[in-house]
Design a protein around this ligand. Structure first.
Ligand SMILES: C[S@@+](CC[C@H](N)C(=O)[O-])C[C@H]1O[C@@H](n2cnc3c(N)ncnc32)[C@H](O)[C@@H]1O
Length: 253
């Protein structure tokens, strides 16, 4: 188990702050919006989130004999894509917020994971309750941005991966083109809180979402955090002009 680091931040600003501030806020937000989360995703990204998940799956080196750990798995979107694209031996879908996993369990009851064995568990990624070297692949979409102790979370993921295993991380990122970046920043500041408030009734949660995206490191910055946690062979691919990026990082053999 990795100990907490001295570098906890407020995930809305990137400034130094006690971890509890961000953890309690994120629990509140995702407990409130859990049932509307998927609808918001579909509407606010104009369907792009599906293309980004397809890209994530193409980059994910998952094989049929693999055990996959989905971190910050939420309502199970990534796990569903993994089941459909890669049909691994087992998926462990985890999240900090029980209400999000309840929606994922309802997907299981509807048969949305096909015949791939899947289990659900409430897990804080900064303190993963699993054995060292127990997973072949970790997937994580839109998770690390919400974690106040990112070095510890990445160190925990590194610990539970088998040697040679890979972390596949989809996250909002920074468009390199300044004009596209300016348009996107306007969309984040003004339209995301509007759509979010309309669909879920929780405008403040979406003000947070927009702030956290703007405060998050760019592609190189995230790669550096991964490198500092001991990952090697880190690559990334931009989607929709860099609004999102998928990083793949390996644990050394
Ligand atoms: C934007 S949602 C993404 C859910 C899912 N991965 C998807 O692609 O739809 C972010 C998720 O991160 C979870 N989360 C936030 N902090 C976490 C932590 N410290 N450990 C585990 N999950 C966390 C939230 O509960 C929420 O379900």
């Amino acid at each position: 188990m990795n100990e907490p680091t001295n570098s906890t931040i407020d995930t809305a600003t990137g400034l130094s702050a006690p971890a509890e501030l961000s953890t309690e806020r994120v629990k509140d937000i995702f407990t409130t919006i859990a049932r509307k989360y998927e609808l918001f995703n579909a509407v606010s990204s104009f369907g792009s989130y599906r293309r980004w998940l397809d890209g994530m799956m193409r980059q994910a080196p998952i094989m049929a004999h693999h055990d996959v750990l989905d971190i910050a798995g939420g309502t199970g979107d990534v796990s569903r894509w993994v089941a459909r694209f890669h049909h691994p031996r087992h998926i462990q879908c985890t999240d900090l917020v029980p209400a999000m996993l309840d929606v994922a369990r309802a997907h299981k009851a509807r048969g949305d994971f096909g015949d791939v064995p899947i289990d659900f568990d409430v897990v804080d990624a900064q303190d993963i309750p699993y054995e060292d070297e127990s997973y072949d692949i970790i997937t994580m979409a839109y998770g690390i941005r919400n974690m106040p102790d990112r070095p510890r979370a990445l160190a925990e993921m590194q610990r539970v991966l088998k040697p040679g295993g890979a972390l596949v991380c989809l996250e909002f990122s920074t468009p390199p083109n300044p004009i596209w970046r300016a348009l996107y920043t306007f969309y984040l500041k003004h339209l995301i809180p509007f759509w979010g408030g309309l669909i879920t009734g929780d405008r403040s949660g979406f003000v947070y979402l927009a702030k956290s995206i703007r405060a998050f490191p760019d592609q190189q910055g995230l790669a550096k955090l991964m490198e500092d946690a001991g990952f090697v062979g880190i690559t990334w691919k931009n989607y929709t002009g860099g609004i999102a990026a998928v990083h793949v990082a390996h644990k050394p053999n």
